[in-house]
Design a protein around this ligand. Structure first.
Ligand SMILES: [Zn+2]
Length: 497
């Protein structure tokens, strides 16, 4: 009898193991071969000097509303016009709301939906207190030791120069796209894009333009610094988390601290906040699974097995992921207590106590759902929770990791960067892309640069710099993307090109 039970248990274990192994093997989609192509020939030092010249125009906002410095933008626009004469002769250039730029490269088949490549012209300031720590001053644009140094070289004048450099080179070759190509270059992304790309997005809407695809900043090719992967993996942002700042407040009985009531406004608020922190929104693997599906064999084997068999390892996986802050943020709407206020006198019970709680919404969790969840967790009618005016936006729609725009883009990444696995992911931060949701369903955030751990902290940080070779590869990427996305099919060469 016991032997029979043992046999059955062993049989179940064997079947389960086979099932887990088969699912793991099938988890990675075969990538297939990428067609060969002829990369653009260019002089990396010349490209480097162009980026350095852009760095020398300090397009830093003058305040936290993003007010531009006209002189810096004037110089940048002049520098672009002088450096890229063919772009400025043959493309239509429009100035939008003072400083943003929209270039239109007319395709031979104007009935096709255009595509748009994006970058922002503005950069963040360099903290005055850190200036003496920079190896080369942030706005002098030095090309030294194989790097281009300065603010904006990683975020994101590299992309601005990369796009225009590639366009100029293709125009020199006499290239003409089948599909119309737009360059959307905002001027206030770092302060929310309200005067730049928001206006540009509305302009496209007014003109009735629908876009077949957008590529803006974000993601990249990460070498040993993402997803536990060993080799390089290319991550393409397909969505952005939402943002919700709330005020949590309690109005109670004011009075003297010599005769306190059993519960004060502060006590009630403290309990509510502790509950919010202890009960964050539920976790979901649905946004992370496609990423590991794309990364496939480059992920450590236990992770491959776990993501291929979420039916079995899901709970274990969630417990492990929630311990890593970046991973936790990728699988749930996060809850962060950021401000608390209440009381001014040591012997007086205040009438009111309030706190600020900031949520970052996973696509699929709406603002209404998060508010309802928070009210339920607090479970106390005396506690009010309200969104703060102007400080919330829903998570962005998830662009497909399939279809011609994505296939074309991932094919170009694989061709130019030695065939890394390409995978979709949800960005934790925001970009100008939010302003184009009404006109495009295939919005991708991808910065064509190979980054290892030596890049960490440089963006917005001290000694921001980019390798000359990395910058040259970015131009090759855009040159290839212009050809591929500029074709009618979006996945190959234009018929004549
Ligand atoms: Zn940026």
């Amino acid at each position: 009898m016991l032997v029979d039970v043992l046999r059955i248990v062993l049989a179940i274990l064997a079947v389960t193991t086979v099932y887990v192994v088969v699912r793991t093997i099938l988890f990675e989609r075969g990538r297939g071969d990428v067609p060969r192509f002829e990369p653009l020939r260019l002089d990396p030092n010349q490209v480097a000097e162009h980026l350095a010249a852009a760095v020398r125009c300090p397009t830093v906002p003058k305040d936290d509303k993003g007010t531009p410095d006209p002189e810096a933008f004037r110089r940048l626009h002049q520098m672009l016009a002088e450096t890229y004469p063919l772009v400025h002769q043959q493309l239509k250039r429009e100035v939008v709301n003072g400083w943003s730029l929209l270039y239109t490269w007319e395709g031979t088949q104007p009935e096709l939906e255009p595509v748009m490549l994006m970058a922002h012209q503005d950069v963040v300031a360099a903290e005055p207190s850190t200036l003496d720590q920079w190896t080369h001053p942030p706005f002098e644009g030095h090309v030294v030791d194989g790097f281009i140094w300065g603010r904006g070289t990683l975020d994101i004048k590299n992309q601005l120069i990369g796009i225009l450099e590639a366009a100029e080179a293709l125009l020199q070759q006499g290239f003409q796209p089948e599909r119309t190509i737009l360059f959307g270059l905002g001027h206030d992304e770092e302060t929310g894009g309200v005067n730049g790309c928001k206006v540009l997005g509305r302009l496209l809407q007014e003109r009735g333009i629908r876009l077949a695809g957008i590529v803006d900043e974000g993601g990249g090719i990460f070498e040993g610094v993402a997803a536990g992967a060993r080799g390089p993996v290319a991550l393409v942002g397909v969505s952005e988390k939402g943002y919700l700042t709330t005020e949590v407040s309690v109005t109670g009985q004011p009075g003297h601290s010599s005769t306190p009531p059993p519960q004060t406004a502060i006590g009630i608020l403290a309990r509510a906040l502790a509950r919010l922190e202890a009960h964050p929104m539920p976790t979901h693997l649905r946004r992370l699974r496609p990423m590991y599906h794309g990364i496939g064999r480059a992920a450590p084997l236990p992770i491959q097995i776990a993501f291929a068999n979420v039916w079995l390892f899901g709970p274990l996986l969630k417990r492990w992921l929630t311990r890593i802050p970046e991973m936790n943020a990728s699988i749930r709407t996060t809850t962060a207590l950021t401000i608390i206020q209440g009381g001014i006198e040591d012997n007086t019970i205040p009438a009111e106590a309030r706190a600020t709680v900031n949520f970052r919404l996973l696509p699929g969790d709406s603002i209404a759902k998060v508010l309802e969840y928070a009210r339920r967790v607090i479970g106390d009618d005396r506690v009010k929770i309200q969104p703060v005016e102007g400080k919330f936006n829903e998570a962005l729609p998830v662009s497909p990791a399939s279809g011609p725009a994505y296939r074309g883009l991932s094919g170009v990444i694989r061709q130019v960067f030695d065939d890394p696995p390409v995978a979709p992911f949800v960005m934790l931060g925001g970009t100008d892309c939010q302003h184009f949701v009404p006109v495009c369903q295939a919005i991708y955030r991808f910065t064509a640069l190979v980054m290892d751990k030596s890049f960490m902290g440089l963006e917005h940080g001290i000694d921001e710099r980019i390798p000359v070779e990395g910058m040259a590869n970015m131009v090759k990427f855009y040159a290839r993307l212009l050809r591929v996305w500029g074709s009618a099919a979006m996945t190959g060469e234009p018929a004549g090109g």
